[in-house]
Design a binder for this molecule. Structure first.
Ligand SMILES: [Fe+2]
Ligand SMILES: [Fe+2]
Length: 271
């Protein structure tokens, strides 16, 4: 296995945040160094059940999570910790796309390692900010909703690209501007500055989802829109939540027609 895939695998198997970040950065250096990112077809891919996460935070069902009211220090701490948890999961999610799916062009692997490196940056910015609230990552229970989507789609790249970058990450484009408004209204400049960086980077991540879903659909002679909604319907069973941020989603490659279909499926909309 090449150095690049070796580093990606080590980051996925790592049980600590530090090792995950160190190996992700190593993978990023290797991929950005114009080293060939050729995916060897004899590369052995370990099952997704072997991907590791740190012991903390404790994983609990979503209903047992602490409330995240932005008006109090405790609420703000939970809010920032929850986003740090999303970003840590996002590192593993991006790496897993690069690791698990073979035979794609070199740029595919470069793009997802680039995304993983961005997610490290987001995670570290939030960890640093958590110190202002006497908190470190792992202190507050969290849930594994994001990773469970990777597990469900571990043998289907069309499903993975539809559900992870184009559904889970795209949801961030919808909800982050509202969070930013609240933070700015509270004059929480430090938290808002971090979320602004994250939001801008996430547009690119979703755009990569669009780009590669397009590519694999063309390879398979199927329509992207059909594939996207088949997977959305199959995996989410109608749990589609809007409202959707049209300008950001358009920048990330969603078409007007995809947005119209999403809006028609939005549970709140149709209530
Ligand atoms: Fe991120
Ligand atoms: Fe992302």
């Amino acid at each position: 296995m090449s150095d690049l895939f070796n580093a990606i695998e080590k980051a996925l198997l790592a049980t600590s945040c530090d090792e995950t970040i160190q190996m992700t950065r190593r993978a990023f250096e290797l991929s950005a160094n114009s080293q060939p990112c050729v995916d060897l077809s004899d590369r052995v891919v370990k099952p997704i059940s072997l991907v590791n996460f740190p012991d903390k935070p404790l994983c609990v069902p979503p209903r047992e999570l602490p409330r995240r009211r932005l008006g109090t220090d405790a609420g703000k701490r939970s809010f920032i910790h929850a986003i740090a948890h999303i970003e840590f999961n996002a590192i593993k999610l991006a790496l897993d796309i690069a690791y698990r799916f073979k035979g794609l062009p070199e740029q595919f692997y470069r793009d997802w390692v680039y995304v993983a490196n961005d997610e490290c940056k987001h995670f570290l910015l939030l960890c640093e900010h958590l110190k202002n609230y006497d908190c470190e990552y792992g202190d507050i229970p969290s849930h594994d909703g994001l990773w469970s989507m990777a597990v469900k789609t571990d043998n289907d790249i069309l499903a993975r690209l539809s559900l992870v970058p184009r559904y889970l990450e795209a949801r961030g484009l919808d909800v982050t501007p509202g969070m930013l408004d609240k933070l700015k209204a509270q004059k929480d400049v430090a938290s808002a500055a971090i979320l602004e960086i994250i939001l801008e980077d996430e547009v690119t991540h979703v755009e990569y989802g669009t780009k590669w879903l397009d590519f694999v659909c063309k390879q398979n002679n199927v329509q992207r829109e059909d594939v996207f909604f088949e997977n959305i319907d199959h995996y989410l069973k109608g749990q589609i939540l809007g409202p959707f941020n049209r300008p950001l989603r358009l920048r990330a490659g969603f078409t007007e027609s995809e947005l119209a279909t999403l809006e028609s499926k939005d549970k709140r909309h149709s209530r």
